[in-house]
Ligand binder design. Structure first.
Ligand code: SAM
Ligand code: SF4
Ligand code: SF4
Length: 358
């Protein structure tokens, strides 16, 4: 084993977008930019065999597009099991998750399933679809209910965009009624399609209005439901006290994690549109050990303009670097998602900033 490999972090998990095909085609979906590609079975198999030969994988997440429309999904899950992957997770829109499908997934070894939803009513949720008559909302609610029935945690993701911004409290209350145990919020990321971004992207002012409201309900429901407000910076910037560094979730992109797109591109993060290599011609382990991009991510200590900020030690890795990279082409800038107008250099300055929103 060479020295670089010894010093590089352990590859702990893979997120694989197995297909860009989807049964919904939501208007805001990032993957509208990509051609409708799917991973060939041989490439999937090569990747898992290659990576597990050198790494004990803790987690493989299968996503898409919609993974439930990929014809090799069951074989992929079985292969991961055979190669001793500790945990297999699935991201899905939930529409195809009837009782038989959930039972089948449980039986072949899926450990958890995360379902996406966008509104507290059919009108809001299905309004994100090109054809709102699909009855998706009812099917998604059915899937959330079925999770518990078949021994899965109720895990839900909500992507927040302009049209559902004012529905956030209703969504949280609805998820509480449905006994959801984990609820993650994610902000819309630009697709680079102007008309979509103009209709859906949130401004920093939107974030400032919405995050304190989410955090208030997070507190209210904390005994029953774990609410996460991504990216990580929002929770501590709007929190009551300076956080303990150990309580901040760290971005794992490129450090313990790699992504593979449906076109077979290997990426440090699904939020960026570059590629480190391709699974059908490159060795994933070699990329993990030798890529200069990955080395730079691992040693990044925070942007120069953030150097005086009291949050630097929390923020430098917990925030989403993809947003910075997509805007500037490198990481060394204050993250465009940061709601601070300028870095705060003392607790007093931070309290003053917070008092305007809380
Ligand atoms: C791409 S989908 C793939 C899995 C599955 N089809 C689903 O909908 O959950 C995974 C997640 O990405 C989110 N997503 C799609 N487009 C996005 C965008 N432009 N910005 C932020 N999140 C987005 C979706 O809301 C969904 O929660
Ligand atoms: S269901 Fe998921 S993959 Fe399909 S269009 Fe919607 S967000 Fe994109
Ligand atoms: S100014 Fe920089 S370090 Fe401070 S919270 Fe914003 S992005 Fe993080």
């Amino acid at each position: 084993m060479n020295k670089e490999y010894q010093t590089c972090n352990k590859l702990d998990y893979l997120k694989i977008s197995v297909t860009y095909n989807c049964n919904l085609n939501c208007r805001f979906c990032q993957q509208q930019m990509e051609k409708k590609a799917s991973i060939a079975w041989e490439d999937f198999k090569k990747t898992i065999e290659e990576v597990t030969a050198k790494n004990k994988l803790r987690l493989v997440i299968l996503t898409g597009g919609e993974p439930l429309v990929w014809p090799h999904l069951n074989d992929a899950i079985k292969l991961c099991k055979k190669k001793d992957v500790k945990e297999i997770g699935l991201f899905t829109n939930g529409v195809l998750l009837d009782e038989d499908k959930i039972k089948e997934l449980k039986a072949i070894g899926v450990d958890w399933i995360r379902i996406s939803i966008y509104g507290s009513t059919a009108e809001i949720n299905d309004g994100f679809l090109p054809n709102p008559d699909t009855k998706s909302f009812d099917l998604i609610i059915r899937a959330i209910k079925n999770l518990k029935k078949f021994g899965f945690r109720r895990k839900v993701r909500v992507t927040i965009m302009k049209p559902n911004l004012n529905d956030v409290e209703n969504i949280i209350n609805k998820m509480y009624e449905l006994e959801v145990e984990e609820l993650d919020f994610r902000a819309f990321s630009p697709t680079n399609i102007k008309e979509i971004d103009d209709s859906y992207a949130l401004t920093n002012d939107d974030f400032k209005k919405i995050i304190p409201r989410v955090l208030a309900l997070k507190e209210k429901y904390k005994d029953k439901m774990r609410i996460k407000c991504l990216p990580g910076c929002y929770e501590f910037l709007f929190g009551k006290e300076m956080p303990a560094a150990s309580s901040i979730p760290h971005c794992t992109c490129g450090k313990t994690y790699l992504g593979v797109t449906a076109e077979g591109k290997i990426r440090e993060c699904f939020g960026v549109h570059t590629s480190l290599g391709h699974i059908n011609k490159d060795d994933v382990n070699e990329i993990w050990e030798k890529s200069d991009t990955l080395k730079n991510i691992r040693k990044f200590e925070g942007a120069d303009e953030c150097s005086e900020c009291i949050f630097l030690k929390y923020c430098k890795v917990s925030d989403c670097f993809a947003a910075t990279f997509n805007r500037y082409g490198d990481f060394n800038h204050k993250n465009p998602l940061c709601p601070l107008d300028k870095p705060v250099t003392s607790v007093e300055e931070w309290e003053g900033w917070k008092s305007k929103f809380m």
